[in-house]
Design a protein around this ligand. Structure first.
Ligand SMILES: NC(=O)c1ccc[n+]([C@@H]2O[C@H](COP(=O)([O-])OP(=O)(O)OC[C@H]3O[C@@H](n4cnc5c(N)ncnc54)[C@H](OP(=O)(O)O)[C@@H]3O)[C@@H](O)[C@H]2O)c1
Length: 243
């Protein structure tokens, strides 16, 4: 088991939701230093621990990514958590919303992996942990742009896993179902809080699991997909049509 104790971890979108919980959980696991990044530092909570170093980072700004990568050459675990979700189907949804989901969730995250790969190779054994989504396995049509961006990200995650496997960098994909964060504001689903989910994610990363579904709802969806991809597609079709 490769634990996170004494590791240097960088987390994107660390000011709220799952990212904020991943910072707290990394502290509990004994990380040596945590670069908690956010596109607006005025929104960053006070984690009350000197091991947390806050940095401004918008993952759609590649110049900023390269600058931060230059300043953080001790990173051993890169957690790509930042993401956005837009509502809308393929046929009638706003194209600009589809583009934005791709810009943040796909291009932003692959630019992070590209910028940090040399550091992670130098500091191996090291890790990339990408927060993807269960919709990487099958699209939820009401979130078509988001689903496409996460499917693209999952594909890139699997590519990079193979590209780095011989270089001592392990690449994990986290595919949650639904977690109780701002992203799901207004939903009536019974969802787990992000703190417990962050701990499950990091426990499974430490255990070396590569494809991680950390919540019950996500697991139900994942198991349906494993039985037959059409089963998950049918579940999502029923949700889309309100059945
Ligand atoms: N919640 C779920 O059910 C669920 C399920 C599957 C996957 N996920 C994934 O989990 C990750 C975290 O989501 P969450 O549920 O914690 O949502 P959230 O509460 O909405 O948090 C999203 C985080 O991403 C940051 N962010 C957005 N665009 C960014 C950019 N361009 N550069 C840097 N940071 C940016 C946000 O910063 P600001 O505060 O500045 O906006 C915020 O910190 C996302 O990748 C999401 O797709 C969530």
């Amino acid at each position: 088991m490769q634990t996170l104790k004494d590791k240097v971890i960088l987390i994107t979108g660390a000011n709220r939701g799952i990212g904020k919980s991943l910072v707290k959980s990394s502290l509990e696991k004994g990380a040596r230093k945590i670069y908690a990044t956010s596109r607006d530092l005025s929104k960053m909570p006070n984690f009350g621990d000197e091991r947390v170093v806050t940095l401004e980072l918008d993952i759609t700004d590649n110049a900023q990514i390269l600058k931060i990568a230059e300043q953080t050459k001790d990173v051993e675990v890169l957690i790509n958590n930042a993401g956005i979700l837009s509502q809308g189907n393929v046929l009638e949804g706003e194209i600009s919303a589809v583009e934005n989901d791709m810009k943040v969730n796909y291009y932003g995250t692959i630019n992070m992996m590209r910028a940090f790969a040399p550091t992670l190779e130098k500091n191996a054994p090291s890790k990339i942990v990408n927060i993807v989504s269960i919709v990487a396995y099958s699209p939820l049509p009401s979130l078509a742009g988001y689903s496409a961006s996460k499917t693209a990200l999952y594909s890139a995650t699997l590519s990079v896993r193979t590209e780095l496997v011989k270089k001592g960098v392990t690449v994990h994909a986290i595919n949650p179902g639904a977690i109780d964060t701002d992203m799901n504001k207004g939903s009536e689903w019974d969802m787990p809080a992000p703190d417990g989910i962050a701990t499950i994610i990091l426990d499974k990363v430490e255990a070396g699991e590569l494809d991680i579904v950390p919540d019950e709802m996500g697991l139900g969806m994942f198991n349906a997909w494993k039985e037959a991809p059409s089963k998950l597609a049918e579940m999502f079709s029923n949700m889309y049509h309100g059945e």
